[in-house]
Ligand binder design. Structure first.
Ligand SMILES: [Zn+2]
Length: 269
């Protein structure tokens, strides 16, 4: 991180002597924003308990801002993306896992410990028994992430002997999506199921938060054309009609840059 900032300093100097005023870091995990501490990062456990902001400030001399990656993505989408001009939005990131960010009255809702908006760990199937990395079962993440799409495809494949996916050596959410576009019944069924589970999760969020907009991003959103219909149908069936009619459900617009943009915005706030 320190060397990346040093590189930015060189670029800033070359570009008319622009000055760096702060360093902003986003981490995939729970962070204490006020104290600049990484509380728990399951995929970067070496950082657990690390006073990251303090270390960066002492080594670089800039003030330093720390945020959770999905929260930063939500801020990015509100600032420059699909949620522009709105103040009550929920951002859902469908990637390897399922992340979330909640903005209420124009501000991130972080919860009392900085761990709010774990949308991927909302239970959407109490009887299915699919274990989640969080220790619970039946979480949205085990039905709507890229990992889940691959797992569900493998599980369902014996029922679809004619699927082109049997010949695929390396199943990924992308190859399954491509097969679905070509009309492969197995792929279509998996994206339909994914859309149903996602829609159940969104209906719960809509009834609890009454957001203006739900922004869906992450790599899996590329499968939108195959899952959106079932997702919307579940929202219409399960959410309060008034709230379901009000909320706009849209694809994210900032792509992989949402977190970067949000980090920049948060440093300037
Ligand atoms: Zn979970």
């Amino acid at each position: 991180m320190v060397s990346a900032v040093r590189e930015c300093e060189v670029h800033a100097k070359q570009n008319g002597g622009r000055r760096i005023s702060a360093v902003s870091v986003v981490v995939p995990g729970t962070v204490n924003v006020d104290r600049g501490i990484v509380v728990k990062a399951p995929n970067l456990s070496a950082l657990d308990g690390f006073h990251l902001s303090e270390q960066l400030t002492s080594q670089l001399g800039y003030s330093s801002v720390l945020e959770n990656d999905a929260n930063a993505a939500a801020v990015g989408e509100m600032w420059m993306g699909a949620g522009r001009g709105r103040s009550a939005i929920v951002c859902v990131t469908l990637g390897t896992g399922v992340g979330g960010g909640i903005i209420l009255n124009g501000e991130l809702w972080r919860g009392v410990d900085g761990a709010a908006a774990e949308i991927g760990h909302m239970c959407v199937d109490p009887f299915g028994g699919v274990a989640c990395t969080c220790g619970s079962r039946g979480c949205l993440e085990v039905f709507a992430s890229a990992t889940a799409i691959v797992r569900m495809t493998r599980e369902a494949s014996p029922r679809y002997p004619d699927s082109v996916l049997h010949a695929s050596d390396s199943l990924t959410a992308e190859t399954i999506f491509a097969a679905g576009l070509d009309g492969d019944e197995l792929a279509l069924e998996i994206f339909r199921r994914m859309g149903v589970y996602l829609g159940i999760g969104l209906a719960n969020l809509i009834n609890i938060l009454n957001p203006e907009m739900i922004v869906i991003g992450g790599g899996v959103v590329n499968g939108w054309d195959l899952f959106a219909k079932d997702m919307v149908q579940q929202v219409e069936e399960r959410a309060f009609p008034l709230l379901a009619a009000r909320v706009k459900i849209e694809r994210a617009k900032c792509g992989d840059d949402a977190g970067l943009l949000g980090a920049a915005r948060l440093a300037a706030m």
